[in-house]
Ligand binder design. Structure first.
Ligand code: WTA
Length: 652
């Protein structure tokens, strides 16, 4: 821990917002931010009650918030009745019926515009299809889809009915999909026959046909016809989504369910420190409130903005900041099916120019990948519509920040570096762009209502510039409520490190003398590969599930583009020998078990890995070896110190 915290950046430059930006911003100065922030912490219920007036309720709440620390039960807007899809669609129809809600850019450069009116109609139809197939409030629906409009429409249809969606990122393997369908006992899966990805047409339905036979809870599979290609359909179970939507008995309207504030809205599985992903549960009113408000203030949203978040809806960023936050605000949200490098490395800038995007939100890994192709690709395009940039998913290194600021933002656009997690529902730490002088690499300050702190291991607050763990001392509306069907894991993961209902995020951080927060990365065995969150233990169990492998340890090492890359130490069963061929087999095996993003970049075969006397693998030492260090630190507590020299010698 100490070593890791020493690596913090010494960045001291500051970038204040331009006067012209400040003047028009919702929050125009640091003093104004501070005043509102202090109010939100001192009298949270007064603050949130006022904000909640901006949502449309069927019935207002009786109690703004409650927090039972011993049961770890937090409730927001109890007694209220509300519907997320009503707030994202119906309430805009009068004023913004013809305004684009979603502009979809397809892989091959075609656009499809969904005005609020059209989106409302499509969502109602989709909801009616679900109803017709027997879906009721509380039922789980799984989505395994490419970035097509039907995905956004489908999840909005679920929340319209009070059905619980669980989106599984389309890059995950069939096995991961099966695990998630089984865990949530989903009744319907919505998928696509194929996924268009750059030059490739990737079969999606065919790849999962075998595992679907094993998913006992599934009654129907709705298949989106992305391209007219031969697709095997199981009679009685598989239905073409387009046919279902076209059916004569599917009406264009559907009453939104009057849901309780704390009714679950969705489950989203995320990686943790053990092999099995956790089903993070978010509920209705609090999540909506939080994504609505963070979108409005963090992106300093204005009616005329065209907003684009490049994330995939398979991750929380896509849920909160492609769909729910923007639509709750009546914004125009761009959704992109393709990849940044197809047909050329200027695809992002082509899209920004095409739709006159004014707010652009992406991940550091994408910035680093694109910067590598050179500035000429950017200069071919008119980016003058851009007024604000955002970053999410991992710490942004100052070099990438400065490139983003200069080349994409033309030294004019503030960058909001937003720190948050699947569990937090929305952004927790961020600069407000009109109020804060930016420091490259710092996520700056907590959002309204979020009482962050940095604790040392002993639970005492860290001093300025001292590294520690970032925590949140009180619940906020967007906080996860539990881990699906596993309250014990909820308690252990987030509330056992510190006593008294303190939320433990699992990230290292420090606060500088001016109170700026610097996120230092994960402190547990979670890695961040190209902004995708993966548990090293998940990858280890995938490796060990291969017949020849007896033990595996996976650690991250720094990578220019990906952030973290994966280094696996693999011990084979007695008598077996490693080979280049086996390296390829194991990489493929992991891709099959989890997904291609989890493939180890390097695999080293090892007779043994360093362990403590109690048998725990010493990852600190493996990390140092993977990073190419000569000095791997103290090895005196090892049961088998002799393996270290061999591992160093045989490093790949
Ligand atoms: C990391 C993504 C530094 C962090 C929204 C966190 C960041 C994990 C930032 C959550 C940031 C996200 N600066 N680190 N701006 N944003 N992270 O659940 O380690 O996919 O715990 O949510 O990403 O990843 P998740």
């Amino acid at each position: 821990m100490a070593k890791f915290l020493d690596s913090i950046s010494k960045e001291t430059r500051k970038f204040p917002p331009k006067e012209s930006f400040k003047k028009k911003a919702h929050i125009k100065s640091f003093a104004e931010y501070k005043k509102l922030y202090n109010e939100s912490i001192k009298n949270p219920d007064t603050f949130w009650a006022k904000q909640a007036e901006q949502l449309d309720w069927f019935k207002k709440w009786d109690k703004v918030s409650s927090w039972n620390k011993s049961k770890l039960e937090c409730k927001w807007f109890e007694g209220g009745k509300i519907n997320i899809s009503y707030n994202c669609l119906d309430r805009h129809l009068k004023e913004r019926g013809d305004k684009p809600a979603i502009i979809w850019e397809s892989n091959d450069g075609k656009s499809k515009v969904y005005t609020y009116k059209k989106l409302h109609k499509e969502v109602c139809k989709f909801a009616n299809v679900l109803k017709k197939r027997g879906i009721k409030k509380g039922d789980r629906i799984c989505f395994y889809m490419p970035m097509v409009p039907e995905l956004a429409i489908g999840i909005l249809a679920c929340v319209r009915l009070g059905a619980i969606h669980s989106v599984v990122f389309g890059g995950f393997s069939p096995q991961s999909l099966q695990d998630r369908i089984d865990d949530s006992k989903a009744k319907i899966l919505v998928t696509s026959n194929v996924n268009l990805h750059g030059k490739k047409i990737i079969p999606m339905k065919e790849a999962i046909d075998a595992v679907l036979l094993k998913c006992k809870s599934l009654k129907y599979v709705l298949v989106n016809k992305r391209k007219n290609v031969a697709t095997s359909m199981k009679k009685g179970r598989d239905l073409w989504l387009q046919d279902e939507l076209k059916a004569k008995d599917i009406e264009n309207t559907c009453e939104p369910a009057k849901l309780n504030s704390e009714d679950p809205a969705f489950i989203l599985y995320t990686s943790g420190t053990t092999g099995k992903p956790k089903g993070v549960v978010h509920t209705t009113a609090g999540y909506l409130m939080y994504t609505y408000l963070t979108f409005k203030y963090v992106f300093d949203y204005r009616e005329e903005d065209v907003y684009w978040c490049t994330a995939d809806i398979g991750w929380v960023t896509g849920h909160s900041y492609i769909v729910y936050g923007p639509l709750a605000n009546g914004a125009t949200s761009v959704m992109f099916e393709g990849i940044p490098t197809y047909p050329n490395p200027d695809r992002f800038w082509e899209i920004v120019e095409k739709y006159k995007v004014s707010i652009f939100y992406t991940a550091p890994t994408a910035i680093r990948a694109i910067a590598r192709f050179g500035d000429e690709w950017v200069k071919k395009h008119d980016l003058s519509s851009l007024r604000l940039l955002g970053s999410v998913g991992e710490p942004i290194n100052p070099d990438a920040w400065l490139w983003y600021h200069k080349v994409i933002g033309r030294n004019k656009c503030p960058i909001v570096d937003t720190w948050w997690q699947t569990e937090t529902g929305g952004i927790l730490v961020t600069p407000l762009p009109g109020a804060v002088d930016l420091k490259p690499g710092s996520a700056c300050f907590p959002f309204f209502g979020v009482k962050t702190n940095i604790y040392k291991e002993n639970g005492k607050p860290a001093k300025a510039n001292e590294g520690g763990f970032i925590v949140v001392e009180k619940p906020w509306p967007g906080m996860l409520r539990t881990v699906y069907k596993n309250p014990d894991r909820f308690r252990k993961t987030y509330f056992s490190q510190f006593k008294g209902g303190i939320y433990f995020a699992g990230d290292g951080a420090k606060k500088d003398k001016e109170g700026y927060i610097w996120i230092l990365g994960r402190i547990d065995d979670v890695v961040n590969v190209s902004g995708h969150r993966l548990g090293t233990s998940e990858i280890e169990s995938a490796l060990v599930s291969y017949k020849d492998v007896s033990e595996a340890a996976v650690v991250p090492y720094p990578h220019k583009i990906k952030g973290d890359a994966l280094y696996a130490f693999v011990t084979l069963k007695k008598g077996l020998k490693g080979s280049d061929e086996l390296v390829q087999i194991l990489r493929k095996h992991v891709a099959k078990e989890i997904g291609p993003i989890a493939k180890p970049d390097k695999i080293q075969f090892a007779e043994g890995v360093p362990k403590t006397r109690s048998g725990k693998i010493m990852r600190r030492i493996l990390k140092a070896i993977a990073e190419g260090k000569e000095d791997v630190g103290n090895t005196t507590t090892l049961a088998n110190p002799e393996v270290v020299e061999t591992l160093k010698k045989e490093r790949v």
